[in-house]
Design a protein. Structure first.
Length: 438
């Protein structure tokens, strides 16, 4: 997504666990059961500026699908605040859509409920093949060793946005390539009410994305090889402290950012209150605030060292939206035809261009629409240096627990309370205790 961040609310964690046992068996009662094989129900996620804007983008494409196949698609655009709850309710009742969008970080959690139809070799063959997709995007479709629970539809990655004029005025010739450079530049840029870096400290999902990336750079995964939480590993603690220290110790982030949870960081960057921003495909949002493409540059997210390799060279999580088939659909063949259509080269160009995202289908990325300087940086990150969030059944709870722990640490920093290695470790230990018992 461009601006709304994907997260699984803590209140739904128990529902997820209950669904694991409640979603087996029963007769098909999906959306197409009422409309017959010539009709599908599609729950689309809100990707644009409004639900109505999404309908305007999608309706002509769905009519095109109907013309090609004779299958009518009943469209419902579901707000992100409601989508996961709706999916879980559908999983528990067995009544839902035929095809639906999911946040790709939900893939393993929803896979564990049994709500989604697996994409085995035969299903991938029906939609044109698994190798059409960017490998990192496929990596965010479910647990390793299992058939994916969905396929990538829209992809995103993080980049470092920087204000060209503010950099020039501060005598900074190029964007930082390491975190040490970012902090040094940030200190030069922090003055007169302007800060070096904007963050969303009150947004658990944003927090966990950055904690995960920094954790990889510190050699931590937040889960051990057996899939058990390992939030207090030295690398995980160091990663969270490094992120919060941008405010607590380095003072390059405004204390008020501890309360940001609704894209205020983008606004601060666009209005010159901050010189740098870590964000996913921010171009359209910056434009809406009056910022022109020539006013900013986009560089890869920094590494700990310039010569980083392997997992320590990860500088983005794999962000994006996946397309799934509801396991209770009465029209599986029609649903696969729809997935094939939506992930076809032409539709991938049209839809991702409309939403400012990256096509996870490799052939579609060659379109000039995705050759802008910012999207080229993000596409390179997606292909070369992005990693999916942990593909474990408890991933959604991980997002909430660790993201909220980081939020609380930012609140401490904003209030002037010390953020130490011990306090970070204690916060992460409490987060780990909130995870379901294995």
């Amino acid at each position: 997504m461009r601006t709304t961040r994907i997260t699984a609310p803590a209140a739904l964690a128990a529902v997820l666990l209950a669904c694991t046992t409640a979603c087996g068996g029963g007769s098909p009662t999906g959306g197409s059961a009422q409309g017959g094989p010539e009709e599908l129900t599609y729950w689309a996620s809100n990707q644009g500026s409004s639900l109505e804007a999404d309908k305007q983008v999608l309706t002509p494409e769905l009519k095109k699908f109907q013309q090609q196949t004779g299958i009518k698609v009943k469209l419902e655009v579901v707000p992100w605040s409601d989508l996961l709850n709706r999916i879980l309710a559908a999983a528990a009742s067995g009544q839902g859509p035929d095809v639906l969008n999911i946040g790709n970080t939900w893939s393993s959690s929803l896979q564990a409920t049994g709500a989604l139809r697996p994409f085995d070799a035969k299903a991938f063959e029906a939609i044109g093949g698994k190798d059409r997709f960017v490998a990192s995007a496929i990596g965010a479709t479910g647990a390793q060793g299992k058939d994916p629970a969905a396929v990538p539809l829209y992809s995103l990655a993080y980049g470092l946005y920087y204000n060209k004029k503010m950099f020039a005025d501060a005598g900074i010739a190029e964007p930082p390539a390491t975190w040490d450079e970012l902090v040094a530049d940030g200190k030069r840029l922090t003055k007169d009410g302007t800060y070096g870096l904007a963050v969303e400290g009150g947004n658990p999902s944003e927090n966990v994305h950055h904690a995960f990336v920094l954790g990889k750079q510190h050699g931590a995964d937040f889960f051990d090889a057996a899939g058990k939480p390992d939030f207090t590993a030295p690398g995980a603690v160091a990663a969270v402290k490094q992120y919060v220290d941008f405010m607590a110790a380095d003072r390059i982030v405004a204390p008020g950012s501890a309360e940001y949870a609704a894209n205020q960081a983008v606004t601060d960057f666009a209005t010159g209150k901050a010189a740098m921003l870590l964000w996913q495909a921010a171009g359209s949002s910056l434009k809406s605030h009056g910022m022109k493409p020539g006013d900013y540059g986009v560089a890869p997210v920094p590494m700990r060292t310039k010569d980083a390799t392997g997992p320590t060279a990860v500088n983005s999580m794999v962000a994006g939206i996946n397309l799934a088939v509801f396991n209770k659909t009465a029209n599986a063949d029609g649903a696969l035809k729809f997935v094939k259509f939506m992930t076809g080269d032409d539709e991938q160009r049209i839809l991702n261009a409309a939403y400012g995202s990256l096509p996870p289908v490799k052939a579609a990325q060659s379109d000039p629409a995705f050759a802008t300087p910012d999207l080229k940086v993000l596409a390179d990150a997606l292909a070369r240096s992005a990693a999916p969030l942990p593909q474990v059944a408890d991933e959604s709870q991980f997002e909430t627990a660790v993201g909220t722990a980081v939020k609380d640490l930012f609140a401490d920093a904003a209030a002037g309370r010390p953020v130490t290695t011990d306090s970070v470790r204690t916060a992460l230990q409490k987060a780990q205790q909130q995870m379901p018992a294995s």
